[in-house]
Design a protein around this ligand. Structure first.
Ligand code: FE
Ligand code: FE
Ligand code: ZN
Length: 278
């Protein structure tokens, strides 16, 4: 099992890898740039190389880079769509230097243009940035369906991918809080949800999983993460996700409201094998 958490990149790449190891993680996620702005730091190649060496030496699983929240490929405003295009192109160029890295982004908010228009615009962005030479796998994250978010169903993600020329370079990151909020019953019917994912998208598209409990009930469309075992999904259901035979070798990344110490505890708790009565 590759299990880790979201970490701050503020002290650099190597520091992030070292922190992951201290927390008992063997994968992690980080923002490619300021999540609420979009500014990017100059690339320190020596620091990135040091992380790659550390990752190899310690057999870390695939690392997940998360695009900033301000990246909206299906914004109504051209200026915002252009920012998405420029940021994604730059991020992919940089991540090409980090072998095996996955690039996760939110498929966007259509802001009143309608779901179909949003789907077309997000696919159009991918068709502009992805080329035959792109080495990074880009992941569409499953969304809670808050506001005008697209990607609230596996079918919507499949529609986006169906419009992308280099579709082999596109995967999906399943977020447990988001799919539950979107209405998928991962508590009582995880197998059924994974079967539906397989029918709509193909399980081979699934490249990473965000492990979060949800503050709110199924189908609430709220997207409020909770600590593991302190939300409406609960520890037994989260355990079934990380131990599911069809999901092994995927990077599992916690994005729970925690400081590093809290992440270390959740990682430890999830690594303990499931109890019989689960
Ligand atoms: Fe996300
Ligand atoms: Fe997430
Ligand atoms: Zn979320």
């Amino acid at each position: 099992m590759f299990l880790g958490c979201h970490l701050s990149v503020s002290n650099g790449y190597l520091a992030m890898g070292q922190q992951a190891l201290r927390l008992g993680a063997d994968t992690f996620q980080f923002f490619t740039r300021n999540p609420r702005g979009g500014a990017v730091k100059a690339l320190d190649r020596a620091d990135l190389k040091a992380l790659i060496d550390l990752a190899n030496k310690n057999n870390l699983g695939p690392l997940v880079a998360h695009a900033p929240y301000t990246l909206n490929p299906c914004a109504a405003e051209v200026r915002i769509r252009n920012f998405a295009l420029k940021s994604m192109a730059e991020d992919l160029e940089r991540l090409a230097l980090l072998p095996g890295a996955l690039y996760n982004f939110h498929p966007g908010c259509h802001v009143g243009q309608g779901t179909e228009a949003g789907i077309r615009q997000t696919a159009a962005l991918l068709n502009e940035v992805l080329t035959a030479d792109t080495s990074v796998t880009v992941l569409l994250e499953t969304m809670a369906g808050k506001g005008s978010e697209i990607g609230r169903s596996f079918g919507e993600l499949a529609e986006v991918i169906g419009l992308v020329k280099f579709e082999a370079k596109v995967g999906v990151c399943l977020d447990t809080c988001h799919v539950f909020d979107a209405g998928y019953d991962i508590v009582d019917d995880l197998d059924g949800v994974l079967e539906e994912f397989d029918r709509e998208l193909g399980l081979n598209r699934l490249k990473a999983v965000h492990i979060n409990d949800s503050l709110n009930n199924k189908s609430s469309h709220k997207d409020r993460h909770a600590k593991i075992g302190q939300g409406q999904i609960g520890l037994p259901a989260i355990r079934k996700v990380v131990y599911h035979p069809k999901l092994q070798l995927l990077p599992f990344v916690l994005e729970t409201p925690n400081e590093p110490d809290g992440y270390a505890l959740e990682i430890k708790m999830l690594r303990e094998p499931p109890q019989e009565d689960n």
